[in-house]
Ligand binder design. Structure first.
Ligand SMILES: *Cc1c(COP(=O)(O)O)cnc(C)c1O
Length: 377
């Protein structure tokens, strides 16, 4: 793009992600007042296409939060966990831990059921914890970005719902890159955001809400304001946001969601992500000493985590990041806190390869070639 005072670089991190030139250009389209009739035209299409991408059951509702994925996640805690209730967080890495932290920060009674990084939630352990703690609400991560692991959401929600609890799911780094499990799982709140597999800038948190969740929220006090899903639903009915949205992002989102649904097509988009996971897994298997971090059968279609070769430290991964920058790439040297923990436990640090959003297999192939040269020299 012309006249930017900053260098162009292609993002292979796990969010924000690469933005197509057409999407960048749509950021220059006109602005309107957010209660104006023109505004509803772009946002009606946005709400509609989000529902198409989610394969959303007809009785679920969609909310656009101003903020990011975290905003949607915190809203679910504020709106759906009552004061005397327990929320159980079954976590498999840093983003599950973050959601738990939000519940604690909001004064909720929590149970933290943490699994080893790189491993999925164990259904038998979850089942036992449900029986022991009888939580009213359970939060799980669909795609744990810190470890490259995707949980089996329908299987876990089956257990949660069999115990009569509401199921909340963090799908921030996978929505738009894989089939959405709302219909298959019957989950009550599914949170996501714009800046990961949807290939947009950050700026909206997205929430999909079940009828049971809407009913539940009516009985929860002190839902806050920006975190009150009922307040948002009133605006969403009119294809609006609760307060002033980022209009440039709205314009870009209008274009991008139409592209995803009408031009690329969901089946092709999801197949492209699967193909990129397979390319990345095959690449890692050729690297001497490096290893795939997430358990087989649970590897994410949007991000691959790689355990560094023996003897490598997190500092070496940061050096690799700088070696790739002059080649035009932003490399992801791993989730810092996880690498600290791994190193403290005498284990190898990990790095990540983001392959989500509008990255193409050809772009990924070129990146992996450069990455391979830098990693094994
Ligand atoms: C990025 C991410 C978040 C946080 O989302 P923000 O949009 O940065 O607030 C939460 N969960 C997962 C799994 C993520 O990848």
């Amino acid at each position: 793009m012309a006249n930017a005072p900053f260098p162009e670089i292609t993002l292979f991190i796990t969010g924000p992600t690469y933005i197509r030139p057409e999407v960048r250009a749509a950021g220059a389209w006109p602005e309107y007042g957010h209660r104006d009739a023109e505004n509803a035209k772009r946002f009606e299409s946005i709400f509609h296409n989000l529902g198409v991408i989610a394969d959303l059951p007809a009785d679920y509702r969609t909310i656009l939060f101003l903020g990011s994925g975290s905003t949607a996640m915190e809203a679910s805690i504020r709106s759906l966990v009552a004061e005397d209730e327990t929320v159980l967080h079954a976590t498999v890495g840093a983003f599950g831990d973050l959601w738990h932290k939000m519940s604690v920060a909001n004064g909720k009674k929590t149970v933290h059921l943490a699994f080893e990084p790189g491993r999925p939630v164990d259904p038998a352990v979850l089942e036992a914890a449900m029986a022991e703690h009888k939580p009213a609400v359970v939060a799980i991560t669909h795609n744990e970005t810190s470890t490259g692991l995707a949980n089996d959401v329908p299987a876990l929600c089956k257990i949660i719902k069999a115990h009569g609890a509401l199921a909340l799911v963090d799908g921030v780094s996978i929505f738009g890159g894989a089939p959405c499990p709302i219909a298959a799982s019957g989950c009550d709140f599914y949170a996501t955001a714009t800046q990961k597999a949807l290939g947009l800038h950050a700026g909206f948190g997205i929430g999909f809400v079940s009828p049971a969740a809407i009913e539940k929220a009516r009985h929860v006090t002190c839902r806050g304001h920006a975190t009150d899903i009922l307040s948002h639903l009133g605006r969403a009915e009119k294809f609006q946001t609760q307060s002033t949205p980022n209009g440039a992002l709205g314009n870009q989102m209008y274009l991008q969601l139409r592209y995803i649904v009408e031009e690329e097509g969901l089946a092709a988009r999801f197949a492209r992500h699967e193909a990129m996971r397979e390319m990345t897994v095959a690449f890692v298997k050729t690297l001497p000493g490096y290893a795939l971090f997430a358990a087989e059968g649970f590897r994410s279609p949007t991000v691959t985590a790689v355990a560094a070769a023996p003897g490598m430290a997190a500092a070496d991964l940061r050096a690799i990041k700088e070696a790739l920058r002059p080649r035009g790439y932003l490399f992801d040297p791993g989730y810092a806190k996880l690498n600290e923990d791994l190193e403290a436990a005498g284990q190898r640090p990990i790095f990540r390869i983001g392959h989500m959003g509008d990255i193409t297999p050809a772009m990924l192939e070129a990146y992996l070639k450069d990455l391979g040269e830098v990693l094994v020299r």
